[in-house]
Design a protein around this ligand. Structure first.
Ligand code: MEV
Length: 423
């Protein structure tokens, strides 16, 4: 039996103690833990090979969300994020989901779309038919570009064509559907799209303009569902409050943007920790949220016959385990080990589940106490530490400041001196 990710009091440990626990859970090597503990994990020489005009490294905190049970497997979730409360919120929601059996996740497979835009075609619908007739030739040309991907069962699998009406006239867009297996796929898809472009010109007599992957990864979806028992949530009122919060997001794009942003707090934090293209994921998520023509929540919330809360999420997840920063960044490599994931789709399922947990935590807090209370606690704790509190004194000073509603540095300092017997 694997180890459990249900760890109570994880937040009370020091970073070193937490890392020791994670190391044992995930069998991390000395290099992995050293990379995690170093200031950035990435050497400037390596960074200089990743992007242009490098002058240094920008670090963000890396934390671990605990309690996640997804498809009956325990996960510790690495999250890189500058925002407080996100990791605590995810861990707490995962603890409640666990009581209801954990997250059940699935996926549609790792298929990305490459778009080839052709213009100046006299007979766009005729052109469309000719492209479809030549499907096998197009797929063959595309697959010649990446024999390794094909060897692993991936590659270009299908072609579809859209005739679009635009303000410069009609255009014919060929969509190349590529199974990217464990790669995010941008390189493979863009190479294939560029390689088949001359064929499209030959077939249609038109002129190809763009040849590029679409970040609206509607063929690479992941789904997750969890039941949050009403007692564990804090009662029926909480269930009703969360459903009402969801109804608000479903009815109003202003609220929906923030609702989906909360989901992406979780998704993007895991993405950053594992070296993914966070911008591609954000673009995919928000465009998918608007795919019906209306901008809608990426999650749904409803009450089942027992009165428990049922949450679901469906979201595109263009993530990879090979290539790019995932392969070269030492901390990203260690984070993949912490997760113990075997495939890109498994990573996607984990990320969707984290997004769902994040959303539950936000809606639950917003429809009851509000989120400032949680933030205040963390702020008070940070103040206590900055004022010199150590060990048990941290909690004592934090609690006292919150009780008194005086969360300020001067009061923290007074309390530290008082409690440590210095005054
Ligand atoms: C803050 O980063 C995220 C929330 O605003 C999400 C939400 O409102 O659902 C709390």
């Amino acid at each position: 039996m694997g180890k459990s990710s249900k760890i109570s009091g994880f937040y009370k440990l020091s970073p070193v103690e937490r890392l020791k626990l994670v190391k044992d859970f995930s069998n991390l090597s000395k290099e992995d833990t050293e990379a995690i503990q170093s200031l950035s994990g990435l050497k400037v020489e390596d960074a200089d090979r990743m992007i242009e005009n490098v002058i240094g490294i920008m670090s963000v905190p890396l934390g671990i969300a605990v309690n996640f049970l997804i498809n009956d497997k325990d996960y510790l979730i690495p999250m890189a994020i500058e925002e407080p409360s996100v990791i605590a919120a995810a861990s707490n929601a995962a603890r409640i989901a666990r009581i209801g059996g954990g997250f059940q996740a699935s996926n549609t497979g790792p298929v990305m779309i490459g778009q080839i835009q052709a213009v100046d075609i006299e007979d766009p619908y005729g052109g469309k038919m000719s492209i479809l007739e030549s499907k096998n030739t197009i797929l063959k040309k595309a697959n010649e570009q990446d024999p390794i991907l094909v060897k692993f069962g991936g590659g270009a699998k299908d072609v579809s064509v859209d005739v679009l009406d635009s303000f410069i006239g009609p255009m014919v867009v060929t969509n190349l559907l590529v199974d990217c297996r464990d790669a995010m796929g941008a390189n493979a898809v863009n190479t294939m799209a560029e390689a088949v472009a001359p064929l499209i010109e030959e077939i249609t007599g038109g002129k190809v303009n763009l040849r590029i992957i679409s970040n609206l990864a509607s063929e690479r979806l992941v789904r997750s569902k969890a039941i949050f028992p009403k007692e564990a949530l804090g009662g029926e009122d909480v269930v009703v409050g969360v459903v009402a919060a969801y109804a608000f997001a479903a009815a109003d794009p202003y609220r929906c943007a923030t609702h989906n942003k909360g989901i992406m707090n979780g998704v993007s934090a895991v993405a950053l920790a594992t070296g993914q293209d966070t911008r591609a994921l954000e673009a995919g998520a928000h465009s998918f949220a608007a795919i019906s023509g209306e901008y809608l929540p990426l999650t749904t919330w409803e009450q089942n016959e027992k009165g428990d809360l049922v949450g679901t999420i469906e979201i595109p997840m263009a993530v990879g385990l090979i290539g790019g920063a995932t392969a070269v960044h030492p901390v990203a490599k260690a984070c993949k080990k912490i997760l113990g994931i075997k495939s890109a789709v498994e990573l996607g399922e984990v990320m969707a589940s984290v997004g769902l947990a994040q959303n539950l935590a936000a809606l639950r807090a917003l429809s009851s106490d509000g989120i400032q209370k949680g933030h205040m606690k963390l702020h008070a704790r940070n103040l206590a530490i900055s004022a010199g509190a150590k060990g048990k004194v941290i909690d004592e000073v934090t609690t006292k400041m919150i009780e008194e509603q005086k969360v300020r540095f001067d009061r923290a300092k007074e309390l530290v001196d008082e409690i440590s017997g210095k005054s």
